[in-house]
Design a protein around this ligand. Structure first.
Ligand code: ATP
Length: 517
């Protein structure tokens, strides 16, 4: 575990050192849970977005895209339920003045019991060696059973307060925190305030005059922009159910516990698709979209064992199925994408609040209905973080040195080809630039002439560049260059005229997309 946390720290500093992610407003000491993408980060992020967009919109005849505004009519958030229910339960410690999410404190306490159980088991395993029967030990060890009983009782109580009639039982939550003797990690005291609900939406005002101004919200998800454009798109695009609308855009949440780098941010980006289907067919489509989305993730080649579904036991009142695609990060399996069967909740709510009829006329059986919706919702930044964590690699070389290499899928790499003149003279730089000029229309190329070749290779390895080319004196004679591969470090002499055909296929999104059956 410690080793994994170590890797996470290394990935965070690598992101900064190599121009992927910077803390926002850094020269002013940063702004909590807000980040900027640097020169390499923006390329990787754009490639992730392209990979999603092209799969969803280009490869699906019945999916179209939109780009709706971040500001929307405030009633939308009433209709969607966000004004009343997009809350986190908060508690403050009076001594440290630190604020916590009450549900997180309780979940961490449950995790502590689990940790104790695992430690007991690990200790016993060491003591008994080969003859250890783990299942029997778990079923009979008094210490393990005691911790399990505590964990189960807490879990049960937690479920009860979270699912109480009329919403979360806030007093019940506080009582659990007191009974479990949970202390503030900073002050070490149990001097807690009451638990209260805190809405996660950012507010601002539109209009100049204080009196005439109306409160509007920064959208906490992009989905509502799709729902309120359902009629526009269906009519003008003459779309036939089943069909989908996709959108990529910023979302904002005033997260209280904003930790783990770009995993939980206050300003982030989502890629969402709402798929409108005939009522009664939604669970079939839900299964279909689970398959399609998982295939999209796995085509990146990080290994199927790093993904799993986490089906929700507790569903939002309007949903009839929900699952998360979880990806293995250094701090455990975590949600990167949600897939939800949302029934006709959103469209019906907007019909009710706007007074407009929002339906679909089905020409096949001459009926009108409110379509049901399957939503796929993925965070660009979380996807970025997962990719960085899985690509980061410290490799021991034969000569005893270590190299840091980002094994990014080639199609996502910020730079596809780096071209180096061996020296800065004899016309080598000019020749190198000539190569770039002929290839730059096809993929992202970079010119580098500073430092020794070995150092230049390392710099490109660190940003995940799959191919490097070195131009030397022989190049001027026979038009051949040394092509070096990032992953194997293999080098071969190739003709300049062959470079495009060798590289393009491997770095293009098209070949990645073609892997998707
Ligand atoms: P979580 O339980 O982690 O808060 P959520 O269930 O609220 O996430 P959704 O509302 O389903 O998340 O949002 C869909 C996706 O948007 C998530 O799977 C995640 O990838 C991304 N996302 C949500 N909140 C954030 C955030 N604060 N920072 C970065 N990405 C986020």
């Amino acid at each position: 575990m410690a080793q994994q946390e170590d890797i996470f720290k290394k990935v965070v500093s690598h992101c900064k050192e190599y121009g992927f992610v910077f803390p926002s407003s850094e020269i002013y000491d940063g702004l909590g849970a807000v980040y900027d993408y640097g020169q390499n980060g923006v390329e990787l992020k754009n490639n992730i977005k392209q990979y999603w967009w092209q799969y969803m919109v280009l490869l699906h005849e019945n999916i179209v895209g939109i780009d709706s505004a971040i500001f929307m009519h405030p009633t939308i958030w009433k209709a969607s339920g966000h004004v009343d229910a997009f809350n986190d339960p908060l508690i403050d410690n009076r001594d440290s003045k630190k604020r916590y999410r009450a549900d997180v404190l309780i979940e961490e306490q449950i995790a502590k019991y689990e940790d104790k159980i695992e430690k007991e088991v690990a200790k016993a395993k060491k003591r008994f060696g080969d003859s250890f029967d783990e299942a029997q030990y778990r079923a009979t060890s008094p210490r393990v059973l005691e911790e399990q009983a505590k964990r189960d009782a807490l879990h049960q109580r937690y479920q009860e307060v979270m699912n109480a009639e009329g919403g979360i039982d806030l007093e019940g939550m506080k009582q659990i925190i007191l009974d479990e003797e949970i202390v503030c990690p900073l002050s070490g005291t149990r001097n807690w305030t009451d638990v209260r609900q805190f809405n996660l939406m950012f507010k601002t005002e539109m209009g100049a005059a204080a009196e005439g101004a109306s409160t509007i919200y920064l959208r906490p998800e992009t989905a509502q922009g799709i729902f309120v454009n359902y009629l526009n798109v269906q009519k003008t695009g003459r779309m036939k159910v089943p069909f989908g609308i996709a959108q990529i855009g910023k979302a904002f949440r005033n997260e209280i516990v904003a930790r783990q780098f770009i995993f939980r941010m206050r300003e982030f980006e989502q890629m969402e698709m709402q798929f409108f289907v005939k009522p009664g067919t939604e669970l079939q489509w839900f299964d279909e979209w689970k398959k399609r989305r998982m295939a999209w993730h796995q085509a990146l080649g990080f290994g199927a064992e790093n993904y799993r579904f986490h089906d929700h036991d507790k569903l939002a009142h309007y949903a009839n199925a929900a699952t998360d695609v979880e990806f293995k990060l250094p701090f455990g399996f975590k949600e990167v994408e949600g897939i939800h069967s949302r029934t006709d909740f959103d469209l019906s709510q907007h019909a009710k609040f706007s007074g407009k009829k929002i339906e679909y006329f089905d020409p096949e059986d001459n009926t009108s209905y409110t379509p049901y919706v399957i939503e796929t919702s993925i965070g660009v930044d979380r996807m970025f973080l997962s990719i960085m964590c899985h690509s980061y690699c410290e490799e021991k070389l034969e000569d005893g040195q270590t190299r840091t290499v980002l094994r990014l899928p080639a199609a996502l790499a910020p730079v596809k080809l780096a071209v180096f003149p061996l020296t800065k003279k004899d016309g080598l730089p000019e020749k190198a630039r000539e190569i770039i000029d002929s290839l730059k229309f096809h993929f992202n190329c970079k010119y580098e002439e500073k430092d020794q070749i070995g150092k230049r290779y390392r710099r490109q390895d660190a940003i995940g560049t799959p191919f490097c080319v070195t131009v030397d004196n022989q190049t001027l004679e026979d038009n051949t260059v040394t092509l070096r591969y990032r992953d194997t470090m293999k080098q071969e002499r190739v003709n300049i005229s062959d470079l495009r055909s060798i590289i393009e296929d491997q770095v293009s999104l098209t070949s990645l997309l073609k892997n998707l059956k």
